[in-house]
Design a protein around this ligand. Structure first.
Ligand SMILES: O=C(O)CCC(=O)C(=O)O
Length: 491
């Protein structure tokens, strides 16, 4: 399939499901059109018996640990009581129909053709490692009922998303980047300066500067100065008040007009020094294809860019801090500052981190888009593109629905000061600050991500004529042309 056909497939209304193999992208077949959920009788597979069928019925009482190894063609109908732990290793053609009561933990490792149809009560945890052809049809809360037909994807196995600097070799990085897997580098050693990136510093140096702040809940823009915004960073009583309420403010595009390097030269240098994987992430990096543009060509603005905002909520009804969106470029985002836990607002002290990210793989885009179009319809919202419009923050309810209705779950990445998040080109992502945070990010164009960048740039091009993301700010064809011509001279 040539690149045009491929691109056409991907932008069709019918889901686009490219799957990334070694440097090759092959779109998957369209989804089945039906939405029939798995039914209990689907699990009735073994219909011929020779008399080998045995039945064991037993009743288990409190505080019992069982580690059975179950073999083929065994039926068990246990009635389980409180505080029972079961760790069975199940083999082929085993049917289990337990009735489970409170505080029961099950951690089975399941093999082929195993059917489990439990009726579950309160506080039951099931942590299964599932192999092929395993059906679980429990009566569970909404979040775990499967209503979708999304097949298992290779990126579902990308589970280790937090890495220490000395663990993540360049080889692993390249592999993740090729596959479009996001990750977090924990507490990097080349930390940003403790003096430069504080609310006090910005107040002292730029306090009088006028700025615009957006209310993360209403989208309303409030004009103020930098001093006022940072006064309220850790002190709720010093916050800007609108109609009797404290809006959850985000300092918008600051500095908005000029290059970050000109406005904050010291911060720029400090950030460049701290960046990991410099060959990719810095302006000099040879694997940052954006650097291949000749000096006399207008360079695309890839940042750095600061993200400064107060704490928000990601639970039901929460608006987060930055709505779901995706970028044509790869990005690296470092948290420079958040108040010490003791200095946070009371409810913020209970949160697991300073900020939380939800990042979705590129190949899940069509399903996310289809799901959010449905939500927009339910809410009578007129939209062009549910991700490129940046009009949704998916709160806990929407995230659960996305999992149930489309089978898509993102990676949840928890970020604290010193932590660096890597977001591959084309991965939809949203951010919720749990407390006030200063972050700094820069975009780059890697050889590994350029095919995804190309697809996204074509999606942007097809948006309605005055859409804010329509403009080709990256000029990818120009970058690619110069990458090719310079590849003979640069190392
Ligand atoms: O931190 C935020 O609020 C948004 C960051 C972000 O979206 C990015 O760096 O691409």
């Amino acid at each position: 399939m040539d690149i045009d056909e491929w691109e056409h497939e991907l932008t069709d209304e019918i889901p686009e499901l490219p799957e990334l193999h070694d440097n090759v992208i092959t779109p998957e077949l369209p989804l089945d059109p039906h939405d029939r959920p798995q039914q209990p009788h689907d699990s009735h597979q073994k219909i011929e018996c020779k008399g080998e069928l045995t039945e064991e019925i037993f009743e288990l009482h409190d505080n019992v640990n069982i580690t059975p190894v179950l073999h083929d063609d065994v039926n068990i109908t246990p009635v389980l009581h409180d505080n029972v732990n079961i760790k069975p290793e199940l083999h082929d053609n085993v049917n289990i129909k337990p009735e489970l009561h409170d505080n029961v933990n099950i951690k089975p490792e399941l093999h082929d053709n195993v059917n489990i149809t439990p009726e579950l009560h309160d506080n039951v945890n099931i942590t299964t490692e599932l192999h092929d052809n395993v059906n679980i049809t429990p009566e569970l809360p909404l979040a775990t009922i499967r209503q979708h037909d999304r097949p298992q994807q290779p990126h579902d196995s990308h589970q280790k998303i937090e890495w220490k600097e000395d663990e993540l070799t360049e080889e692993i990085f390249k592999d993740f980047w090729r596959k479009g897997y996001p990750f977090l580098l924990k507490e990097t050693s080349t930390r940003l300066s403790n003096e430069l990136w504080t609310p006090e510093y910005f107040k002292t140096k730029y306090g009088e500067t006028k700025c615009e702040c957006v209310d993360c809940k209403t989208g309303l823009i409030h004009a103020m100065n930098v001093q006022k915004f940072f006064d309220g960073f850790e002190d709720i009583n010093a916050r800007f008040i609108h109609q009797g309420e404290y809006p959850c403010l985000k300092l918008k595009d600051w500095p908005s007009t000029d290059d970050f390097a000109n406005v904050f030269p010291n911060h720029f240098q400090d950030f460049m020094n701290a960046l990991p994987f410099k060959e990719y992430t810095t302006r000099q990096g040879v694997l940052n294809l954006a650097n291949r543009l000749p000096k006399d060509i207008n360079r695309p603005d890839l940042g750095p860019k600061m993200y400064n905002a107060y704490g928000s909520e990601d639970s039901d009804g929460g608006n987060g801090t930055t709505n779901l969106h995706l970028d044509m470029t790869d990005a690296v985002n470092m948290m420079a500052y958040a108040p010490n836990v003791n200095n946070r607002l009371e409810h913020e002290q209970l949160k697991p981190s300073a900020a939380v990210w939800d990042i979705y793989h590129f190949s899940d885009l069509p399903r996310i888009r289809r799901f959010l179009r449905k939500v927009a319809k339910e809410r009578d919202l007129l939209i062009d593109h549910p991700i490129h419009d940046q009009c949704f923050y998916m709160d806990s309810t929407l995230r659960k629905r996305l999992l149930v209705e489309e089978g898509v779950s993102g990676w949840r990445i928890y970020q604290n000061p010193g932590d660096v998040v890597f977001v591959p080109a084309g991965c939809a992502h949203q951010v919720c600050n749990y407390t006030s945070c200063i972050k700094v990010a820069v975009d780059f164009v890697s050889p590994e991500g350029v095919a995804r960048s190309y697809i996204i740039s074509n999606q942007f091009r097809k948006l309605t004529h005055n859409h804010k993301r329509k403009k080709d700010i990256l000029q990818l064809p120009v970058i690619l042309y110069h990458s090719w011509t310079t590849s003979f001279t640069k190392q």
